[in-house]
Design a binder for this molecule. Structure first.
Ligand code: TEU
Ligand code: CA
Length: 540
């Protein structure tokens, strides 16, 4: 059962290990680096860490291509380091959530190495194969990172299916042996004390390529319920599925309060609004603000009492929120705090992505300084398609995944304190100004704002359980809502933009207790300053 679960009042912090903290000077973040920063995370108040993949991997897609699910990549450390991380985190009341990439493995995984040898090989059916002739593809399905979703293997005279890169062959969930291997592996991690899992692209595991179906295949929830029963339900875990194709209706299945699937899912409806309809993320469009309010509000009310939301603005695949919807120049601090206050007042479990709590920004580099496979493939594909370089770079600077993957900015020393060697990806040059050292002890910093919000969610039940009501849904500048339970009312009132905004309802809350704000208290009574955010509470 998912009722009264600890994770309803907790905040999760996402670590992208490659970019968090390097401990041995090779320029790559690692497990010992993470251990050395646990005190920082405890101070922030988070209670779980979602660790992006640290398994053995050729790193074609930064670890989302796993060649051994039961080992740690030497670049990150050893299994003993991982065990130590779990123990050290536990001492600080932090649970470690691992990232399960179950839709595909690496092509260098033993299973695939065997599978490609012959059709009779016992592992052949671990993957998704279709007959064909070289050069005549089974169908026209495309991979997410560009190119065909089919790749020819001459040894077997067949194509294998891959939704992501060529080095990420899709696993065949129809094969019960594959499912059993996966459950065995997950239980092995659970025995090591792992406290939860994030399930990568879980909504596409039940693919039906002959029907050109990837997301929400007909056996999806059957597979997930079996997975959950055979693994997660044996422990008090937090689980979150990544589901780009989720609707509120589907999310009520994924996060069913009976605990039959996951704790919650990541849905992305609010993260795909600033692109041209029907096109992909690189085809930029201004953010339709009223639509954003409608989307977030709908997810709040539709899951209330019958499901559970994940709340986030950022992750390792998304651009930095201050640069995306806010202002990363003169209002960087103010707007970063506005996004924090706006999100943390909602119902669900908030996720903070490394550096978000510092107001880290996008990294508009030259193409040579980027590393991400998706970004680089887009660059080459679009050049071939005739886009201008300027146009492509604009899309990349706005949406590229490496915006979120630059090294964590710890202090103003060389390489932002991330590494004594040469970082695998360039450090954002603004680290002297934006870094943790300058914020942790400053009560007015973005970091302190996050710490306060994380604490408030534990203090007042209304955050976890209260109902949600949008205020002024048609207002073009203000994002405001009220939460309510038996004992409290909570009001969050934000100006989403960089101009002053009239906000007559403000005066209705003037007598309430101000819990959090991003300006000094004495503002005007009916006007919000640029990006101003206020969170009020009152006892009923
Ligand atoms: O991302 C899922 C996914 O669909 C992405 O390809 C997404 O469309 C893209 O990043 C948006 O820019 C997950 C992981 O979070 C991502 O890092 C992996 O590359 C991907 O799965 C494959 O495992
Ligand atoms: Ca290292």
């Amino acid at each position: 059962m998912n009722q009264d679960k600890w994770w309803k009042k907790s905040v999760v912090y996402q670590i992208y290990p490659k970019s968090f903290q390097d401990s041995n000077g090779d320029g790559i973040g690692d497990l010992n680096g993470i251990i050395s920063r646990l005190d920082y995370l405890q101070n922030l108040g988070i209670e779980a860490i979602w660790l992006s993949p640290v398994y053995r991997s050729p790193q074609d897609d930064n670890g989302y291509d796993i060649s051994d699910y039961q080992d740690i990549d030497p670049m990150f450390g050893s299994l003993a380091d991982m065990e130590r991380l779990i123990v050290e985190a536990k001492k600080r009341k932090i649970r470690i959530m691992m990232d399960l990439v179950l839709n595909h493995s690496s092509d260098e995984h033993f299973w695939f190495q065997e599978a490609r040898k012959s059709r009779e090989n016992p592992y052949h059916d671990y993957y998704v194969w279709r007959d064909g002739e070289e050069g005549i593809l089974p169908n026209d399905m495309r991979a997410c990172f560009g190119g065909s979703a089919w790749e020819w293997v001459p040894e077997v005279g067949q194509y294998y299916f891959h939704q992501f890169s060529i080095k990420q062959p899709d696993l065949n969930w129809e094969n019960p042996k594959v499912r059993q291997e996966i459950y065995r592996m997950i239980n092995w991690w659970m025995e090591k004390g792992v406290g939860g899992f994030r399930l990568d692209v879980i909504d596409v595991i039940a693919k039906e390529p002959d029907k050109k179906v990837t997301g929400n295949g007909s056996r999806l929830h059957e597979f997930i319920r079996e997975l959950s029963r055979e693994t997660f339900q044996k422990g008090d875990l937090i689980t979150v599925g990544e589901a780009w194709g989720a609707t509120p209706e589907l999310a009520r299945l994924y996060s069913n309060p009976d605990g039959s699937e996951f704790s919650m899912v990541f849905q992305f409806e609010h993260m795909v609004l600033d692109q041209q309809p029907g096109k992909d993320k690189w085809d930029l469009a201004p953010l339709p603000f009223l639509k954003l309010k409608e989307v977030l509000g709908r997810w709040q009310t539709e899951l209330h009492g019958c499901g559970w939301n994940s709340l986030f603005w950022n992750n390792h695949d998304l651009p930095r929120i201050v640069s995306r919807f806010g202002n990363d120049k003169e209002y960087r601090e103010i707007s970063a705090k506005m996004f924090a206050i706006l999100l943390h007042g909602m119902q669900g479990t908030p996720y903070v992505y490394q550096g978000e709590e510092l107001g880290m920004t996008n990294a508009p580099y030259e193409i040579e300084d980027y590393r991400d496979i998706e970004l680089l493939n887009c660059y080459h594909e679009r050049l071939e398609q005739g886009y201008s370089k300027e146009e492509i770079m604009k899309s990349i600077h706005t949406k590229g995944r490496d915006n979120a993957r630059t090294p964590m900015q710890w202090d103003a020393s060389a390489n932002a304190g991330f590494s004594t060697g040469t970082p695998w990806i360039r450090v954002n040059p603004n680290y002297a100004e934006i870094n943790a050292a300058s914020q942790v002890n400053d009560p007015d910093s973005i970091f302190s704002c996050y710490r306060r919000l994380i604490g408030l969610r534990k203090e007042y039940d209304v955050f976890a359980e209260g109902s949600f009501r949008m205020l002024m849904p048609e207002d073009e500048s203000v994002f405001a809502y009220v939460r309510e339970d038996e004992s409290h009312e909570l009001a969050v009132i934000c100006n989403f933009f960089g101009d002053e905004a009239a906000c007559p309802v403000l005066k209705d809350y003037a007598s309430w207790e101000l819990l959090a704000a991003n300006y000094a208290k004495n503002g005007a009574s009916e006007v919000l300053r640029p990006f101003e955010a206020r969170m009020y509470i009152r006892r009923k």
